[in-house]
Design a protein around this ligand. Sequence first.
Ligand SMILES: Cc1cc2nc3c(=O)[nH]c(=O)nc-3n(C[C@H](O)[C@H](O)[C@H](O)COP(=O)(O)O)c2cc1C
Length: 438
Amino acid sequence: MAQHPSILLKNIKQPGQHTLSGYESRGGYSTIRKVLKMEPAKVTDEVKTSGLRGRGGAGFGCGVKWGFIPKGNTKPVYLINNADESEPGTFKDRVLLELDPHLVIEGMLICAWAVQSNWSCIYIRGEYGYPYTRIKAAVDEAYAKGYLGDNIFGTGFKHHMVVHRGAGAYICGEETALLNSLEGKKGQPRLKPPFFPAAIGLYGCPTIVNNTETLAALPWILENGGKAYAAIGTEKSTGTKLISASGHINKPGVYEIALGYPLLQFIEDECGGIRGGKKLKAVIPGGSSMPVLRADELAGVNIDYESLVKAGSHLGSGGFMVMDETTDMVEVALNVAHFYAHESCGQCTPCREGGHWIEKIFRRIAHGDGLGGDVQLVESICGQVAGHTICAFGEALSWPAQAFIRKFPDEFKHKIGDALVGIRSKRESLNFEYEGAH
Ligand SMILES: Cc1cc2nc3c(=O)[nH]c(=O)nc-3n(C[C@H](O)[C@H](O)[C@H](O)COP(=O)(O)O)c2cc1C
């Protein structure tokens, strides 16, 4: 097994790590004390040097995004920790929130100082009951110790933090839907531009939205320096990434790997190989909204932003779903399509209608009622949804559907073929009965 630098999961198995005393006993909150003495702009520079990219899915440069706050801004600056984590196959933020919540808080405070924010919010997925109690207890402890409040660490800097539970909608992970939901409106994405809430966000004020994992990487970066972080991984995909590994593997779980790690080696060495000695059939590498890759496409592919794009997919949220040779890809396509049809917020017609249409077609194919031309119809619907919606949900529902039919055409043809044979034989028997009546 390869030795990966442990930045995010280093202490999660230590006793009492979720408590403030446990966290501090291992050096916790020492970095923020130093950071609060730095020039805020220098903190942003260090994060830019690290090359840290957002871990929520889009992979946008973290320090670059912070730099989008308008110069000379006089409005309050808000910071949102996006802990909505609803992408199927993704369960890594949960581990941080549950097992090392003070690491998350320290990361948020570093960001807050860099962007001079006095108010932050942890927007946590509604279904995350236990992670909620852990992060809420940690926030309460930090308040009690003076690490949050009007005068944090006795420095005169004010920072207040609230934990807000979502109501169970996947779309509220999209940052502008999240902001609407926080403002008490319908959780529906906002029109772009502006492309980033850094300029106009919560209540019209500059707002930084970062994923939990992104924020949790900050204490290490500021402690060890941006260059040290950039030295891990590849040139453009720096640092480590949490991978939520699930499916037909021997050891499902959350792994921290240096970006650039070979994908097949990850399955063999870290995940313990395919369950029951079966053959690998396919992998979805970045959560269910990312295109599936066939086993024969995986040789030489590494787990990083560039390599996965070159292979025809994306790193996304790092939700790594492994399927063995027994998997029925039509059923998988239907399952994924059902999720996106159900979770569309309904604001944009192509997404609201297209999602259900794709699901309906996959369902009839799976149930042996597919029609000739169904695969082409799915292609056509996907083409009319992706790129035609306010947010990237349009891509999230189209990309996987397209990939399943393109990568496994025979499985779809086979089921549709069976259905057509079924229709023919039904017709033949009807004809026979009809003729027999004469
Ligand atoms: C439909 C949809 C769902 C999303 N869900 C999440 C989510 O659950 N968690 C998350 O961090 N980002 C999610 N994102 C991405 C956010 O909009 C945003 O890019 C991210 O929180 C920025 O943080 P980062 O730069 O640290 O990745 C989602 C995006 C879309 C289009």
